[in-house]
Design a protein around this ligand. Structure first.
Ligand SMILES: *[C@@H]1O[C@H](CO)[C@@H](O)[C@H](O)[C@H]1NC(C)=O
Ligand SMILES: *[C@@H]1O[C@H](CO)[C@@H](O)[C@H](O)[C@H]1NC(C)=O
Length: 126
């Protein structure tokens, strides 16, 4: 018989199962300083960077926890402020990121993350 017709429903089912298990996390870093911010991130091995991002700029990345090395770190600098921060860690996410989104803000006192719907100071500038 036609084996393709037999396997097709199984393939469709597998597709539905794997897509429901897909775990894509948007991760963003916003500049809420009154000064330009240089953002150099490595997200899952990819270089995502912006030099001298103006106030209000939002750098976007995404992390797929089904793929290898699902981590993201960013080196941020603005004037005297600088630091290297983990912005996605699969051992902490998704519990810390709100609704599967990791929204970070660089502010004068440090790096904030939306946790349970509220911006919380997670890292002070070193
Ligand atoms: C990543 O981007 C920064 C800033 O543009 C650059 O200095 C660095 O060489 C890049 N690294 C890689 C591995 O592409
Ligand atoms: C990042 O995503 C936000 C929300 O979707 C969007 O408003 C912003 O323009 C994006 N930033 C860049 C640099 O594309």
């Amino acid at each position: 018989m036609n084996s393709f017709k037999f396997y097709l429903p199984i393939l469709v089912l597998l597709q539905i199962l794997t897509s429901s298990l897909a775990t894509l996390y948007p991760v963003s870093v916003a500049n809420i300083l009154n000064a330009p911010l240089t953002i150099h991130c490595i997200a899952q091995g990819q270089n995502v960077s912006r030099d001298n991002a103006p106030a209000g700029f939002v750098l976007n990345m995404s992390i797929d926890t089904n793929l290898a090395n699902p981590t993201a770190t960013c080196q941020l600098s603005s004037g005297n402020l600088q630091g290297n921060f983990v912005v996605f860690d699969p051992s902490k996410e998704p519990n810390r990121c709100f609704n599967g989104r990791c929204l970070w803000q660089a502010r004068p006192d440090g790096l904030y993350l939306v946790i349970n719907g509220q911006f919380s100071l997670v890292y002070k500038w070193p």
